[in-house]
Design a protein around this ligand. Structure first.
Ligand SMILES: [Zn+2]
Length: 283
C-alpha cells in the first residue's frame, strides 16, 4: 500500500513518526505553511520557516525514504496581525520554487475583514503563478465558513476545480462537492472526522476527488490516520484500487495541477543540507 498524506506538519513531528509513517506505507507528504502556536512578530520569521519547508524538512524526510513537498502562504490566523501581512508582498519569490506545489493553507479562521483580504489576495497569487490552492475551512461555524469561502473562490481568478477545500465533514461535504472543488478530510484522534465516519462519507459521496489527511501538528494528532482510514476502507468493503485512488492518486492529481510535483526521494543518506547533517556535529 502506498500512501500520500496531503496535509501534515512534519516540522512539529519526531523521527519516530517518520519511521512509523514509512512502516505504514507513507511515501509522500505535503506540509502546508501554518501557524506555529507561538505568534510570529515579523515577516522575517516566516521567511526562515518557508526556507525550512523547502530545505531542511525535505532533507530530514528523505532520511526516512519519504518525499516532502510544501504549500506556502500567510495562514488565516496570522492574516489578522498587521506585523505579519507584509509577507504577502514577498510570497511571489517563494511561489516560483520547485518544492512549492500549491498556495496554502489559506482560508478563514474567524472570518474577519483582514482574512477576507488575505484570502482574496492569495487566490489571485495562485492564479497568477499557475498553482492550485489548499483552503482551510474554519473549525467553528463550519457551514457558514464554507459558504463564504466558496463565494470568495467564485469571485476569484482561480477556478474552483483548482481548489482543495479542507477540514470537511458530513455537514459541509455536499456543498463543496456540488461546487466542484477537491474534497479534503482531516482525520483526528478525537475531534472532526474519525475512520468510521470517513468510510461512511466515502460510501455516500464516492472516492472521486477525495483526499484524506492526518493534519498532524503540535496538537494531539496521529500521523498514521491515513493508514487507519485505508484499513477501515478495506474492512468496509472498498477495494485496494479505491484505497489507492483516495490515498495516492487523488493527492498526486491535485498537487500535480502545479505542473511541478516531483516525488523522487534523494537516496544519498550521507548528504548534507547547507553543510549540516542530521548527525549533530562530528558523529
Ligand atoms: Zn494544517
Amino acid at each position: 500500500m502506498r500512501i500520500f498524506d496531503p496535509h501534515i506538519h512534519m516540522t512539529s513531528r519526531t523521527t519516530d513518526d517518520y519511521e512509523a509513517m514509512y512502516e505504514a506505507g507513507v511515501r509522500a507528504v505535503v506540509e502546508p505553511a501554518f501557524w506555529l502556536g507561538q505568534p510570529r512578530t515579523s515577516p522575517a520569521s516566516f521567511f526562515d520557516y518557508f526556507d525550512a519547508l523547502l530545505g531542511w524538512e525535505p532533507f530530514r524526510a528523505a532520511q526516512y525514504g519519504i518525499a516532502h513537498r510544501c504549500t506556502l502562504a500567510l495562514n488565516p490566523k496570522e492574516a489578522n496581525d498587521p506585523r505579519c501581512t507584509p509577507v504577502l508582498d514577498e510570497l511571489p519569490r517563494y511561489l516560483v520554487k520547485d518544492g512549492v506545489v500549491a498556495v496554502g493553507e489559506i482560508g478563514y479562521d474567524s472570518m474577519t475583514p483582514a482574512e477576507d483580504e488575505a484570502l482574496a489576495a492569495q487566490l489571485q497569487l495562485a492564479a497568477d503563478y499557475g498553482l492550485p490552492a489548499l483552503v482551510h475551512t474554519p473549525h467553528r461555524d463550519k457551514l457558514a465558513g464554507l459558504r463564504r469561502t466558496l463565494d470568495v473562490v467564485r469571485e476569484s481568478a482561480l477556478p474552483v476545480e483548482r481548489v482543495l477545500i479542507d477540514h470537511l465533514n458530513e455537514m459541509t461535504v455536499e456543498e463543496a462537492k456540488a461546487a466542484g472543488s477537491w474534497l479534503g478530510f482531516s482525520v483526528y484522534p478525537d475531534t472532526k472526522m474519525n475512520e468510521g465516519r470517513m468510510v461512511e462519507v466515502l460510501r455516500v459521496y464516492g472516492p472521486e476527488k477525495v483526499l484524506i489527511n492526518s493534519a498532524a501538528d503540535w496538537g494531539r494528532s496521529d500521523p498514521l490516520k491515513t493508514r487507519l482510514v485505508a484499513d477501515a476502507m478495506l474492512a468496509g468493503g472498498f477495494t485496494e484500487d479505491d484505497v489507492d485512488l483516495v490515498l495516492w492518486r487523488n493527492p498526486v492529481a491535485f498537487y500535480g495541477l502545479s505542473g511541478r510535483l516531483q516525488l523522487d526521494v534523494p537516496t544519498a543518506q550521507e548528504a548534507t543540507h547547507e553543510g549540516n547533517s542530521v548527525l549533530r556535529g562530528g558523529e
